[in-house]
Ligand binder design. Structure first.
Ligand SMILES: [Fe+2]
Length: 433
């Protein structure tokens, strides 16, 4: 074994670490003590100067080591307290119950959404892409190349793709229309005519000791009252009003609350446990118009409001408006939650990009073809940037522009310390609407 040890860290080499790499069960990856707590890198991979003296998670342990006393104390705390008490977990045939819980809480867990074959396919895809990222050399003694604007040991499959989505990958595309999830989506939207906006999903390596700040995945601008009323009527046809403006304010609020602009499904590749970084969701916040608390103000009960108990293969339906965030992964297991992102019928084509190859689209079910029609690239054209993975935002921008030529451009959205990552917004001109 000595022959394959890293001479500096004394750990197994990268090659050994990544041999037979999987995103479930114990792994050798992660826990890189060379990465300081709360370190965030810019679009070129350099530690961000604007973050010096500012800790995204002010309560995080001071060393990224599994045997560190502060990490051990956090482990004891999480083992005793982590997870929503009495978390309700539905089965896929409980469509009405799942929809009711979703509308009440802003999220719902549905177990066994993936059968054995789909779970295996998604795990393989997640491991394949993550292995590519982890194999890239880190900088200045770090073991891995960090993602621009994201906390250490965390990546997102969507934002690390130069097309901004994973819709070119069979593993993701195969999850768009499942017999376990489609009936629940149809019930939530009260329509079969919702759309797919994209797909990606976040992951944490073992040793991601920081809490990600609470955030929403989109702002509900609460415009188009008449359209929202029409969507609400599909749920409650007996509502007695012709125009949104005629409704009492309380009912107007209810119309907005009950017509989600978007639903993301995250699929659990592992059981979510107290120690492997389960996602936290704050019940009822899909109806909040005030922003979530900053990390320094977040109460402990919110940090513990996690989906512990969701088994591997579960689908976590999330209203994109609900406050949520990632939590520390203190285990030896990767926690990956790949996603498919759906949008309400009223938002068809709004900021959609052509990220799915025509040939892949042709292989999908008729319903999946219908709901992905706005993201399908033209025959014979490869979606710009698709299949190129890099954690660094400037690398992605360059890759997209190389791929698109005159047919597209990419705008770098400057890294915001309070954001969940540095987004490269991509625009293919030939499909602008
Ligand atoms: Fe998020």
């Amino acid at each position: 074994m000595n022959a394959t040890r890293d001479p500096v860290s004394g750990r197994p080499t990268k090659e050994e670490e990544l041999e037979g790499f999987r995103v479930f069960g114990d792994t050798l990856v992660g826990w890189d003590a060379a990465v300081p707590p709360n370190e965030v890198v810019d679009e070129d991979g350099a530690p961000m100067q604007s973050m010096v003296g500012r800790a995204p998670d002010p309560r995080c342990p001071s060393r990224r080591a599994i045997d560190d006393p502060e990490v051990q104390a956090l482990r004891r705390h999480l083992k005793a307290n982590n997870g929503i008490r009495g978390l309700e977990i539905c089965t896929a045939d409980e469509v009405e119950r799942a929809t009711r819980i979703f509308r009440r809480d802003g999220f719902v867990v549905v177990r066994d959404a993936l059968d054995a074959a789909h779970l295996a396919l998604f795990r393989e895809g997640c491991a394949r892409v993550l292995k590519e990222i982890l194999a890239m050399p880190g900088r200045d003694g770090r073991r891995y190349l960090a993602e621009s604007g994201r906390l250490p040991h965390r990546y997102c499959y969507g934002t690390t793709s130069a097309s901004r989505q994973m819709m070119h990958d069979l593993a993701w595309a195969s999850m768009i229309d499942l017999p376990t999830t489609t009936p629940i989506l149809k019930a939530i939207f009260a329509s079969a005519d919702y759309g797919v906006w994209g797909g990606g999903g976040d992951l944490s390596l073992p040793g991601a000791i920081e809490y990600q700040h609470l955030h929403t995945d989109g702002i509900d601008e609460q415009r188009d009252g008449e359209g929202r009323l029409a969507a609400y009527r599909r749920q409650e046809p007996e509502l007695d009003a012709e125009r949104f403006g005629d409704l009492p304010f309380r009912t107007q609020r209810l119309v907005m609350d009950r017509t989600s602009p978007g639903v993301t499904i995250n699929f659990a590749m592992t059981d979510l446990t107290w120690e492997n970084g389960p996602i936290r969701e704050i019940p009822g916040t899909h109806t909040a118009t005030s922003p979530p608390p900053k990390p320094e103000d977040e109460p402990e009960w919110m940090r513990l409001s996690t989906l512990v108990g969701a088994p591997a293969g579960s689908a976590i339906f999330r209203d994109v408006r609900a406050w949520h965030g990632a939590t520390p992964n203190l285990s030896r297991e990767v926690r990956a939650l790949p996603s498919i992102e759906y949008s309400a019928p009223s938002r068809h084509g709004h900021h959609f990009q052509k990220t799915m190859p025509h040939e892949l689209w042709q292989s999908l079910s008729p319903h999946a073809q219908h709901i992905t029609r706005f993201i399908k690239q033209e025959p014979g054209l490869w979606p710009h940037g698709a299949g190129i993975t890099t954690p660094l935002a400037n690398g992605r921008r360059a890759a997209f522009e190389r791929s698109a030529g005159k047919a597209g451009n990419a705008n770098l959205v400057r890294t915001d310390p309070s954001s969940a990552g540095t987004v490269v917004r991509v625009f293919n001109h030939e499909t602008d609407r």
